[in-house]
Design a protein. Sequence first.
Length: 229
Amino acid sequence: AMPTSFNVDTASAGDDICSICYDALSTKRIICLHPCQHRFHRTCIMSWFESRQQFIRRQFTCCLCRTYASRHKDERGQHVPPMLALEVKENERDFADRRLRFEGLVRFWTSINRILESLREDKHRAVLLDKCSEYVEDIDDEMEKLRTRAELTEKIFVSHSLRSNQRINALNENMRTWMETVDQGGRTMDQLMLLEKNLDRASSELRKEKDAATTSALIRFRELCEAEI
């Protein structure tokens, strides 16, 4: 799980130690922040950035000197962007409405896909170089985290699609009408049985429509992502 707070040891901010976790930098991949040049474990500093409340660029500051980190480069000199931590947002739907519209979801998913490809290369290189198990496990953990975010991105896209589906909205309204009618009471047993039968039919129709719309939305989302890659 992503930490909700960070203890940073400014006194031990040496070249060989990650000041967030206090372990040797050599045990995991390294990120160098620019322009301040402070170095941290990649997963440590990315978790620091991703824990920022509003996830906006001006909050991506070095946790040692508070300098705005305009670039975050790995050992190969490649920029590594922070990725939106969807799994720690309490209200996924409201957050997605504010930050990730349809086009944004596609871009976010494709960004995750590109990073996963890079991580697969990193893992292959780490194995060839006989890196320690902690180094390789760190890559595996990041890949699993990003796969989870990719899945959540798909779910948010589906949620957007279902909420804008007029047929589903009409069926939901029909369901509410039948439920209110059943709750009113004052019915004979035969009338109540008929109402409950109609309610079951409406529920089944709504479920089938949602299943079909979900499948269609997933196919559409993956087509959009493939076109973006």
